[in-house]
Design a protein around this ligand. Structure first.
Ligand SMILES: Nc1nc2c(ncn2[C@@H]2O[C@@H]3COP(=O)(O)O[C@H]4[C@@H](O)[C@H](n5cnc6c(=O)[nH]c(N)nc65)O[C@@H]4COP(=O)(O)O[C@H]3[C@H]2O)c(=O)[nH]1
Length: 721
């Protein structure tokens, strides 16, 4: 330190000495103040390592006992005090003292950091003094050291996190050279260790990827160039990449504030797979929601959409649009006789044929069951719809081989046109539907253009069908019974069960009206089963009343006769009612057996084997020959009403009736005349040897209670006769 000298060359020696002394005292005071007010603690020891001085800050930092601060205290005393209060940590006290004193005795410059037990961190700098001795400066660096320590700790945490992150990270500088990358980056991208070093150019990674085919086929140089150029733009980006091993990576790139960029790689394979699965199932769902599962054609929903679009276009460009409703005529028969598998195969074939016989712009859809619909979006001329309809009929008519059997089905087609027949989709569809019903009534295998006058009739028929569908569940059916009289014994030999339908909306509907509808719709099968069960139970109930046993006849429809469940239904009705099989008779018509003689024969034999009787109903109206009837195991023939009506007046009718009676006798069959309304008719029949009669003359069809009364009355009359 330099103390400023004051000028005074003209002063005496004493004066100068005095002045120098004053200056010395002054600079000593300055030094003292500086020493005492220093930020750092300072200790000064002489060449013998005895204390010369410590400043205020030293005292505050170390808090040694006051007696130690006396000048001349040996350095060793301070060290020992520190050792004793644990300042140097655990260890042998004497050795700790010895080591430190020896160290100090070397009087070498030194610098170290020491942490005191109270957490204070000191930077200790020692310097030998020129004339011997040692000055040591103690700086309290606790705050700074703690901050540094915290920084280092958080750096370690960061490095640890970086290294063990679930995402791969790579960092490149502004010159696109690698600054760093973590373990996951190497794993996810499967790069060799040699590549994953700081300084590796971005291009090297890209080239490595391109060469191993990570970017798919293509020119490697072009792939590299495109990617490096892209990276050079340092724009934020995010995309997904599927690696050849199937790993799907989401790659996000972010520019760094000081230049360069960081890329984050996330393995999203699972999520991508799940999303792909979802997309697949969504597509599948969409397909199922719009397609018919069996034929692959558009379903009703999709067809509705397509029709709406086509109507818009037709309206805008003012052209004619056609809708054709197609219903297969004998499909249910195929389904019932050959099974559902055959039915499905047939529908598939029909769908295929419909598709090929139409233009690509036309639409064919399946509405369900055996119903198809065709949309002709643009008809140059309204008559063109008829040409398409004819084409459809021809194509459907071609034999279809199902289960090695050639089937032939026909179709009924209904046509409706926009704008001629309807202005909106729903009405247009309804019109085509109505026209289709009309075509069916016209005798099938035909097409019909919608005409407003058929609408009313068809609507009635539609109402009937709708009501009929729920009639069984709503308990709207009942059975009436018509008695049969034996002309020789005058006994009531049996009753015929006749179905009655009473509907709250339609009233009492005659069987002639609803039975054909029930047949067409297939509803006759469950209804017929109900008739069978009810008739058997009723016959048994009469027996329980004490009436003499007799036979109950039940009409079988063609559908029922062909149905695979018939035998099981029969057995069930007999078992549940407890009726003897010979007290049940089934009435079938000639047409039913003539359709497929061999199959019918097998069915009839099976029924006969159960002990159930069989009658041929409406006999004479069909085409069965005597030779064929001979083969059938039938018990009776019921002569059709039409021959009986004029049997007493018309010689031709009488001749036919006589022939039937004679034939029946030859075949040992019971001959029953139906529709006998007069005494004359009865007399002629008796004279000709007819076995039994049924008709209004003897009894009308009546409810069970009235039958019971008739039977009791008749039994009583017979007893008194
Ligand atoms: N004019 C006239 N008619 C007479 C006379 N005696 C009886 N009838 C009627 O002639 C029909 C005889 O039955 P069907 O020929 O089997 O003809 C039946 C039968 O084919 C069918 N049907 C009735 N019930 C059933 C049933 O439960 N199942 C099936 N599949 N068909 C049934 O409906 C047809 C008509 O039945 P219904 O209207 O009850 O008509 C009955 C009966 O009421 C008469 O002296 N004069």
């Amino acid at each position: 330190m330099t103390i400023a000298q004051s000028p005074g060359a003209d002063l005496s020696v004493e004066q100068r000495l005095d002045l120098a002394e004053q200056a010395l005292r002054q600079s000593r005071r300055v030094l003292d103040v500086m020493f005492e007010t220093m930020e750092e603690g300072v200790s000064v020891f002489d060449g013998e390592l005895r204390l010369v001085a410590v400043n205020q800050r030293f005292r505050a930092l170390f808090d040694f006992p006051a007696e130690l601060y006396r000048a001349g205290t040996p350095f060793e005393a301070f060290v020992r005090c520190n050792v004793e209060r644990g300042d140097y940590g655990p260890g042998d006290a004497d050795q700790q003292v010895r080591e430190r004193v020896e160290q100090a005795r070397r009087f070498e410059p030194h610098r170290f950091v020491r942490e005191r037990p109270d957490g204070t961190i000191l930077e200790v700098r020692g310097r030998p003094l020129p004339g011997g001795g040692l000055v040591t400066v103690y700086a309290d660096i606790t705050q700074q050291a703690r901050a540094e320590r915290a920084l280092r700790a958080s750096q370690r945490v960061l490095e640890n996190t970086f290294e063990h992150m679930d995402q791969g990270i790579s960092i490149f500088d502004a010159g696109l050279h690698a600054l760093g990358m973590n373990r996951r980056f190497r794993e996810l991208l499967d790069f060799p260790e040699s590549l994953c070093r700081p300084g590796t150019p971005f291009e090297a990674f890209i080239r490595y990827n391109a060469e191993r085919g990570d970017y798919g086929p293509g020119d490697v140089d072009e792939q590299v160039q495109a990617r490096v150029e892209q990276a050079r733009r340092f724009e934020p980006h995010r995309f997904e990449r599927e690696r050849p091993d199937g790993t799907v990576l989401e790659i996000r790139g972010l520019p760094l504030p000081g230049g360069g960029c960081v890329s984050i790689y996330t393995d999203i394979t699972q999520r991508a797979r799940a999303e792909r699965g979802l997309r697949d199932s969504e597509a599948r769902f969409r397909y199922l929601a719009t397609h018919d599962g069996l034929t692959g054609l558009p379903n009703r929903t999709w067809f509705g959409d397509l029709l709406t679009q086509a109507m818009h276009a037709a309206r805008r460009y003012q052209h004619t649009l056609g809708v054709l409703f197609i219903d297969l005529d004998r499909f249910k028969l195929v389904n019932d006789t050959l099974g559902h598998g055959a039915g499905d195969a047939l529908l598939g074939e029909v769908a295929q044929r419909l598709k090929t016989c139409l233009r690509a712009s036309d639409v064919v859809a399946r509405l369900g069951g055996d119903e198809f619909v065709v949309l002709l979006p643009e008809l140059p001329h309204p008559d063109d719809a008829a040409i398409v309809a004819r084409k459809i009929l021809d194509t459907v008519l071609e034999p279809i081989v199902v289960q090695q059997q050639a089937c032939r089905v026909t179709a009924s087609v209904g046509m409706a046109l926009f704008p001629q027949d309807a202005q909106d989709e729903a009405t247009l569809m309804k019109c085509a539907d109505i026209a289709m019903y009309q075509a069916k009534e016209e005798g099938k295998n035909t097409f019909q253009r919608y005409a407003p006058q058929v609408r009313t009739h068809t609507l009635e028929r539609l109402t009937l069908e709708t009501q009929l569908r729920s009639a069984l569940a709503r308990n709207e059916f009942s059975l009436h019974y018509q008695a049969r009289l034996n002309l020789k014994t005058n006994a009531i030999t049996g009753v015929e069960a006749l179905l009655r339908w009473n509907n709250p909306e339609l009233g009492s509907v005659p069987p002639a009206q609803f039975i054909p509808v029930a047949e067409q719709t297939g509803l006759i099968v469950p209804i017929g089963k109900w008739v069978l069960r009810t008739a058997c139970a009723q016959n048994r109930a009469w027996q329980h009343e004490g009436l003499p046993p007799m036979c109950v006849s039940v009409n079988l429809s063609a559908r029922q006769f062909q149905h695979e469940d018939l035998l099981a239904d029969l057995a069930e009705a007999l078992r549940d009612s407890g009726l003897a099989p010979e007290q049940l008779e089934l009435e079938i018509t000639e047409g039913m057996v003539m359709h497929n003689v061999e199959r019918a024969l097998a069915q009839l034999r099976a029924i006969k084997q159960m002990g159930v009787r069989i009658a041929i109903d409406d006999f004479g109206t069909g085409y069965s020959s005597l030779a064929q009837i001979k083969r059938f195991p039938v018990d009776s023939l019921k002569v059709d009403r039409s021959f009986i009506r004029d049997v007493s007046s018309d010689s031709k009718d009488r001749a036919i009736t006589e022939a039937i009676i004679a034939m029946g006798r030859t075949l040992r069959l019971t001959v029953v005349a139906e529709g006998v309304e007069t005494l004359e008719q009865q007399t002629v029949l008796r004279e000709n040897g007819c076995d039994e009669i049924q008709g209004y003359y003897f009894s009308k069809p009546v409810p069970p209670r009235a039958v019971s009364a008739l039977l009791w009355r008749h039994a009583a009359e017979a007893a008194t006769a």
